[in-house]
Design a protein around this ligand. Structure first.
Ligand code: DX5
Ligand code: ZN
Length: 223
């Protein structure tokens, strides 16, 4: 299993996306945080911006929708050609139905859960998704510290995915950096969002390589 590093462009320069995308050209996917100022107390951008990003980079986009009513809005991102569309369990009316719709359009379907949301009821429907995103901070802002309590959910999802041999990526998002990525990988994550840890680095590409090799080491040493 390989480790994927998805830089979050929430920490990029919002009027220089093209330049900043070029500065992370060794990333696996580009993590795009869509916020609506309702589901989270912050606002970024919506579909027209994401559709334009799709045109200026060959990288697959990993869309993280922090919005209300994803049942209504998420399919548009899949139709725009996004590689992966992740919506929040807390906001969706019918998560499984929405995942099926996203897949039928041709995108990977992801389910995100906030730090305070239990994973248990979703473990039974993991196969309906291509990715589970365990938020390791409260969604809304970059640069926060990882909440340790969320890591037991990472371990629980990993146990289930391995036991049932599912092809589901396990993503973590929030406070991931070079001090903790190896440990979080060891607990079960394989897909890592990193905003400030990548964008504040002097050499972003070297930092991406560094994070990926630390994560690979954590994966290799799983029991
Ligand atoms: C937070 C976003 C994250 C954010 C992570 O709500 O979902 O993707 O950019 O930023 P860092 O890595 O700085 O915690
Ligand atoms: Zn995110």
């Amino acid at each position: 299993m390989s480790a994927r590093i998805n830089p979050s462009i929430l920490s990029a320069d919002f009027v220089n996306f093209e330049r900043d995308f070029n500065s992370i050209s060794n990333a696996d996917l580009i993590h795009v945080d869509v916020m609506d100022n309702h589901f989270v107390p912050n606002l970024t951008f919506g579909l027209p911006m994401v559709a334009r990003m799709q045109q200026i980079t060959p990288k697959p986009l990993d869309i993280h929708l922090m919005i209300e009513s994803p049942d209504r809005w998420a399919p548009g991102y899949a139709e725009a050609g996004a590689f992966s569309v992740t919506f929040h369990a807390e906001a969706a009316e019918s998560p499984v139905k929405l995942a099926r719709t996203l897949r039928s359009i041709g995108a990977r379907a992801g389910l995100a859960i906030k730090p305070g949301t239990a994973i248990d009821s979703y473990l039974e429907v993991l196969a309906e998704f291509d990715q589970i995103l365990v938020m390791t901070v409260e969604p809304g802002f970059g640069g926060q510290s990882l909440i340790e309590d969320t890591l037991s959910k990472v371990a629980a999802v990993r146990r289930k995915v391995d036991a049932e041999k599912l092809d589901v990526w396990l993503q973590v998002d929030g406070g991931i950096d070079e001090t903790n990525i190896e440990r979080v990988a060891n607990l079960g994550a394989d897909t890592f969002v990193a905003g400030s840890a990548v964008f504040k680095a002097e050499d972003r590409q070297a930092q991406i390589d560094n994070l990926r090799s630390l994560a690979a080491s954590g994966i290799a040493h799983r029991h």
